[in-house]
Design a protein around this ligand. Structure first.
Ligand code: NAD
Ligand code: MG
Length: 381
């Protein structure tokens, strides 16, 4: 099903804004917008796109927005329930979820149950509730199209097929982040400012810190397990500093197919919306001769231990990935607030993973419960 009417959840974020740029270029109609509390930004978006519905999670901000948009016909809601209303809005055929964190899980499930096509940037949704989301998607006959560049690349290499018998493994590329090549000793004293300096991508603060710890690659490994029905052991991670090869797949005859392009999220965002068609893009052409060389390395698993924690968590299964994800959300936040050091992030996530007791089978309520517990454990209260 082609997209024409869109709800954009998390529209004021890095992916949200680039998605609206794609909507402008492709001429999609935006029916709903949501954000946490950015009144002015979402007001400007609402005035430009004239959606039916806008939600700010924060109640006070939503009240202010309501007054500001009084002269328009835009309806304003608040809370996560408001986000879910945007996710289920009848007039939208597609929901682009670019909320950050597992807060996006309820809206994703709501959109699936409302039969919407999902363009999913919010990877924490699949990490925390992969089994719930995928089984509901199957039940409601809903397509989940990846926006994450690596997963979009794999999806493209698989020619859109969800699984392929001849598929041997997935090769997930990683930029290595700002701290590639550093030793644990050097990482003891790194600052937030240096962690926020990603070499290739301009992204929200949480995912940029996740790239510095390489937790992002661990989360993406789990995301790939759910999206492509593969075993964790069938996913290789390769550091590729230039972020030109966005990922690859290897078939049983050892033929490797990769997807390449400049590092610009508007390519995977647009493909999730135009699939199976391709439209022209505002992103520049890739000139391989200008690049000259592309480099590939093995990840340093000892220094960036979050990758291994994630691999172990998804191998164990059940609620372990949810617990690890929530522990990371909390530890990442504490690092950004200056409350803990950089290496403490992985250490606290590991401690939660090693000590928490997780169920095999779970419901949405179980995910919420383990989220609370994991965060408490990281805070130490
Ligand atoms: P961001 O921080 O720039 O934006 C997040 C958006 O979510 C904002 O609109 C914010 O208002 C909203 N939000 C924040 N907390 C919320 C909450 N509790 N409930 C509802 N809404 C909330 O983040 P981003 O970089 O755009 O990333 C969004 C998602 O996309 C993340 O899951 C990230 O991992 C994924 N992703 C991002 C990129 C990228 O290039 N930025 C690439 C791949 C995947
Ligand atoms: Mg990615």
């Amino acid at each position: 099903m082609m997209t024409s009417n869109l709800s954009v959840l998390g529209s004021t974020g890095s992916i949200g804004k680039q998605s609206l740029d794609v909507c402008r270029k492709c001429g999609y109609t935006v029916k709903a917008l949501t954000a946490f509390s950015s009144v002015d930004e979402i007001e400007a978006q609402a005035r430009e796109f004239r959606p039916e519905l806008v939600t700010l999670v924060d109640e006070k901000s939503a009240e202010t927005l309501k007054i500001k948009l009084k002269d328009t016909s835009v309806r304003v809601l608040s809370g996560i329930d408001g986000v879910c209303e945007c996710a289920a809005l009848e007039s939208a055929d597609t929901v682009l979820n670019s909320v950050v964190g597992m807060a996006g899980l309820k809206p994703t499930l709501t959109a699936v149950r409302a039969g919407k096509k999902i363009a999913l940037a919010n990877k924490e949704t699949l990490v925390a509730g992969g089994r719930l989301v995928m089984s509901e998607a199957e039940k409601y006959g809903v397509k989940i199209l990846p926006v994450d560049s690596e997963h979009s690349a794999i999806f493209q290499c698989l020619e859109g097929k969800p699984s392929n018998k001849a598929l041997k493994k997935l090769i997930l590329t990683a930029s290595g982040g700002p701290f590639f090549g550093k030793t644990r000793d050097e990482l003891k004293t790194v600052t937030l400012e240096s962690a926020l300096k990603h070499p290739n991508w301009s992204m929200g603060a949480k995912i940029t810190v996740d790239s510095a710890t390489m937790m992002n690659k661990g989360l993406e490994l789990i995301e790939a397990v759910w999206l492509f029905s593969v075993k964790p052991s069938d996913i290789d991670i390769v550091v590729h500093r230039e972020s030109i090869v966005h990922s690859a797949v290897e078939y049983s005859d050892n033929s490797v197919i990769a997807q390449l392009g400049l590092p610009d999220m508007r390519i995977p965002i647009q493909y999730a919306l135009t699939y199976p068609e391709r439209y022209e893009s505002p992103v520049d052409e890739l000139d391989l001769t200008e690049l000259g060389n592309l480099t590939f390395y093995k990840p340093d698993y000892d220094t960036f231990e979050c990758i291994t924690i994630c691999r172990d968590a998804i191998t164990k299964g059940g609620l372990y990935p949810a617990a690890v994800n929530s522990a990371n959300e909390q530890a990442n936040l504490m690092f950004r607030k200056g409350e803990i050091g950089f290496l403490d992030i992985a250490e606290r996530v590991r401690k939660v993973y090693e000590t928490i007791d997780c169920k095999d089978e779970y419901t949405f309520e179980d995910v919420i419960e383990i989220d609370k517990l994991a965060r408490q454990m990281v805070r130490g209260d």
